[in-house]
Write a protein that binds this ligand. Structure first.
Ligand code: SF4
Ligand code: SF4
Length: 388
């Protein structure tokens, strides 16, 4: 990797180091943001292409981009696309069906709040709760285990999210949870999905802005291999406006210079190695297998499942999960939902005919309208336009 260019307003010195040089960021400073936007404009002009496409891989990036109107500061030729960055959105319908089936069978299901309204084939967990099932919301895996301690019923933690939430789930599993505590894992592992999306012929990505939160666990070093495999530069980015703009500037410079490398524009949180104890926990408890990411693709080695040594807490091993009755009566609207294309960077939410009509945050058809990190919901919240 060559020395990173000094990014005005962004981290200075070796942007890959933990301290980030003088690190004098005021993360929302409008003057620094303007300077970065101007730099982005110069770089895009240097690249001299009709369009430069950068994909971010995190719903929290989309939230900041929409909330702070970053697209409107950037040149028209820079196409900032969403990628498969929201754990709620990529949880597959059959996985939701499994949780609903267990809830309907009388077990206590605990999960993160956004998962409640994600439609399964015919029902969401919230529908099951309305019909009398015991479905509870938690903020952490540890809280899920605490609920099990306080009841005699079987408690199943419907565990969703990427590396960032999978590591705490692993910690709870290792820590001798109550005997009535089970895990239904829908955890996903991001890097293989980036590889698949980058290789899709109609997803034209010149650079990836990788998710800073997941990278706090895995470290930026993990992306070295991915950069080689995808032949696409990657910069790890944080979530404040200047973090994102600095990350984009770093990427644009690499695209201009045809430099295919990894950079870290989030050095105050992300190191090369990441959080090694968390990684050890994660890989001690979980292994990967191929599986569906909702609407996007069947992705090799990107679903996190419990290893055989931890089968004693695996809800899929313990219970006979019968989803057949749920599969029969799906909504035909779901067939027209284009979440998959949005997550693969091929379409925008406003390209969906149901956006803001049949599909709203109050009455979502697809997963992207449910999650606070879902692009459809974010665009709906900020007026349906990406450049507010
Ligand atoms: S607007 Fe609704 S139906 Fe359309 S893609 Fe988004 S979530 Fe799916
Ligand atoms: S809404 Fe869709 S595109 Fe946006 S982060 Fe979630 S999955 Fe990705």
């Amino acid at each position: 990797m060559s020395d990173p260019e000094r990014i005005p307003g962004g981290p200075t010195g070796d942007v890959r180091g933990p301290s980030g040089g003088d690190n004098a960021l005021e993360f929302r400073d409008p003057e620094k943001a303007d300077a970065l936007a101007r730099r982005a404009e110069e770089l895009v002009a240097d690249i001299d292409a009709d369009e430069v496409s950068i994909m971010h891989v995190c719903g929290s990036h989309e939230q900041s981009i929409a909330k702070f109107g970053l697209r409107s500061m950037l040149p028209d030729e820079l196409d900032l696309r969403m990628g498969p960055g929201c754990p709620v959105c990529v949880t597959d319908m059959p996985e939701v069906d499994e949780a609903v089936a267990l809830a309907n069978a009388g077990l206590t299901i605990v999960t993160y709040g956004d998962m409640l309204h994600v439609p399964g084939t015919s029902l969401s967990l919230s529908d099951a709760r309305d019909a009398g099932a015991d479905v509870q919301v938690v903020y952490s895996a540890a809280e899920a285990a605490e609920i099990a301690e306080e009841t005699d019923n079987h408690v199943v933690f419907f565990a969703t999210g990427f590396e960032t939430t999978a590591a705490p789930t692993a910690a709870v599993i290792r820590d001798d949870p109550p005997e009535n505590f089970w895990v239904l894992s829908a955890h996903k592992y991001v890097p293989p999905a980036m590889e698949v999306v980058a290789a899709m012929p109609d997803t034209d990505v010149d650079g990836f802005l990788a998710a800073g939160n997941a990278a706090t666990i895995t470290g930026w070093g993990l992306f070295e291999e991915l950069v080689e495999e995808t032949d696409t530069p990657i910069t790890v980015g944080g979530f404040e406006p200047l973090d994102i703009l600095a990350g984009l500037v770093a990427l644009l410079r690499d695209i201009r210079d045809r430099e295919v490398t990894v950079r870290n524009a989030y050095p105050r949180c992300v190191t090369e190695q990441g959080n090694e104890p968390a990684q050890e926990q994660l890989w001690e408890v979980f292994t990967t297998e191929s599986g569906e990411w909702r609407g996007i693709a069947h992705i090799p080695d990107a679903n996190l499942i419990l290893r055989d040594e931890y089968a004693h807490v695996d809800a899929r091993e313990k219970f006979d999960i019968d989803t057949a009755s749920l599969a029969a009566s799906g909504s035909s609207l779901i067939d027209d939902c284009i979440c998959g294309d949005i997550m693969a960077g091929r379409e925008d939410p406003t390209d969906c005919e149901m956006f803001g009509e049949e599909c709203t945050p109050e009455d979502p058809v697809g997963a992207c309208m449910v999650s606070s990190e879902g692009t459809c919901k974010i665009w709906h919240e900020y007026g349906g336009r990406p450049d507010l």
